[in-house]
Design a protein around this ligand. Structure first.
Ligand code: NAD
Length: 495
């Protein structure tokens, strides 16, 4: 039966203080400290969560190390694969419940959070398959004598993962799957704004048979648990998703033991519309490329470059598309867009709206907090379109992480390539054209981790996702990702 998301009480929210998972045990923070997590649509308290710190990270890393060196290390690839399929089954069976928890904790509409089932269950299964496909190679050397030379791939060991709040279930599954596939173990630090889904996921993973200590979850703040994990000498690799500023701190913090890093950071992605495109489809894509998840997507296409001949038509169509979106509580199944995650985030986004006005951009639609009776308790911002934005303006340069589109005209291909690439970020890029030669030329010349032609924000377990420049390094998903969790050892045997 369909869950009544707006009125039912989530089974995970029973009023009891939450515990975190260390070595298979549900524990409070060593300090006894806690923090609150609230529903961003209503401001209601959802749960009290342990505020883990350095001591808890020490315990979790020790548990992850013990698990890594225990029976988990000797488990065969097909056994890990079977376990991952069992976890995928549990994820599938509990998907609506997990999506609902994401919706409550970070605001994204239930329609959006439920929509990721196929991708996330599929990702777990994809990596289950990868678990049995880890292999090195043999090399024909030019040395004298008979030499057997080969490479072995071995799990890096204890992996730390630090994730943001904009897709807690998504990020948890993305961080967990390659760890399990390679035989590593994990200490996960959820975002303080959305810690609940990772805790519930970890509970389900234990139920699915993931051995104690293989997945540990320490909730807490960035400066506490996060920094302790990044610095920890017992962590062999850190996988971070979040902002550039925090990524830079993590690079510095990781220097002590030179742990391996992968960084999935922010973006200011260009979405480029040529005048031979299907204009209405392109404009709709450009609008949803910014407004989906209230703009809280790292690869949001926030710089919309429109060729001059179709500029007015696109600006108008994007404004219409934004105004047609239903902005409301995530638990309302008819909502297209939910609130921003926190009052702080809303204030930040509205600050960018003010800066755009001050710098002379033309506000076409939105541009304000929604404060009618249905919205007053939440952090709702109307989908916003600014036209006539110029490249040096702050809204054209900085990541806003809210539903704010910066639309800019351009004249020709060389100009738009130069302007699109003139950014410290390089995460995603969209191109709309019916000219195949132009599509290929753009795909080669844009500096970004992904290029989407006549589509936007497409993802699949078989495809890599990640950035260039300050959008980070390393890739998630796709066949290559496992190498980031494996060490390559050269083996030489003289006959
Ligand atoms: P954030 O960088 O503020 O926080 C992310 C995580 O880092 C949180 O868990 C936080 O507690 C932790 N953290 C904060 N300070 C830390 C420190 N000094 N040491 C260790 N950990 C610390 O990011 P956010 O505001 O939660 O998330 C939004 C950002 O994430 C945006 O920039 C967005 O683009 C980015 N993001 C990137 C991707 C991607 O795949 N490239 C995906 C989603 C989000």
């Amino acid at each position: 039966p369909e869950i009544d998301y707006a009125n039912a009480t989530h089974p995970f929210l029973d009023g009891a203080p939450k515990r975190m998972l260390i070595g298979g045990q549900w524990v409070a923070a060593a300090s006894g400290k806690t923090f609150e997590t609230r529903n961003p649509a209503t401001g209601d308290l959802l749960a009290v969560v342990p505020e883990g710190d350095r001591e808890d990270i020490d315990r979790a890393v020790a548990a992850a190390r013990a698990a890594f060196e225990g029976p988990w290390r000797r488990m065969k690839p097909d056994e890990r694969a079977a376990l991952m399929h069992a976890l995928a089954d549990v994820l599938d069976a509990h998907y609506d419940e997990l999506a609902w928890l994401d919706t409550l904790d970070m605001g994204s509409p239930i329609r959006h959070t439920r929509g990721s089932r196929r991708h996330l269950v599929g990702l777990m299964r994809y990596f289950a398959g990868q678990a049995t496909a880890i292999h090195g190679l043999t090399a024909e050397t030019s040395l004298n004598g008979d030499m057997f030379a080969a490479t072995l791939k071995e799990p890096v060991g204890v992996v730390g993962a630090i994730i943001p709040w904009n897709g807690p279930l998504w990020a948890t599954v993305f961080k967990t799957a390659p760890v399990l596939a390679t035989g590593c173990t994990l200490v996960l630090k959820p975002a303080e704004d959305a810690p609940l889904t990772p805790l519930r996921f970890a509970e389900l993973a234990l139920q699915a048979g993931v051995p104690p200590g293989v997945i540990n979850v320490v909730t807490g703040f960035g400066a506490g648990a996060g920094a302790a994990l990044a610095e920890h000498p017992g962590v062999d690799k850190l996988s971070f998703t979040g902002s550039v500023g925090t990524g830079q701190q993590i690079v510095r913090a990781s220097a002590g033991n030179l742990k391996r890093l992968s960084l999935e950071l922010g973006g200011k992605s260009p979405h480029i519309l040529f005048d031979d495109a299907d204009v209405q489809r392109a404009a709709q894509s450009a609008a949803m490329g910014v407004f989906a998840n209230a703009g809280q997507i790292c690869s949001a296409g926030t710089r919309v470059f429109v060729q001059r001949g179709i500029y007015d038509e696109v600006v108008e169509a994007m404004a219409r598309a934004g105004a047609a979106l239903r902005v409301g509580a995530g638990t309302d199944p008819t909502s297209d867009i939910g609130p921003l995650v926190s009052p702080r985030q809303m204030a930040r986004v509205l600050g960018y709206v003010d800066s755009a006005r001050d710098e002379g951009a033309r506000l076409v639609s939105g541009g304000a907090r929604l404060d009618g009776p249905a919205h007053a308790q939440g952090n709702f911002v109307a989908p916003t379109v600014f036209a006539d934005v110029r490249d040096p303006m702050r809204i054209a340069r900085e990541e806003i992480f809210g539903p704010v589109a910066s639309v800019m005209p351009y004249d020709d291909l060389d100009e738009v390539v130069r302007r699109a690439n003139d950014s410290p970020f390089g995460l995603g890029a969209g191109v709309w054209t019916r000219d195949i030669g132009r599509a290929h030329a753009m795909a080669k010349r844009l500096q970004s981790g992904s290029v989407w032609v006549n589509c936007y924000n497409q993802m699949d377990p078989s495809m890599p996702f990640g950035g260039v420049k300050q959008s980070g390094y390393g890739r998630e998903s796709g066949a290559q990702q496992l190498d980031e969790y494996l060490n390559v050892k050269g083996l030489w045997i003289q006959h």
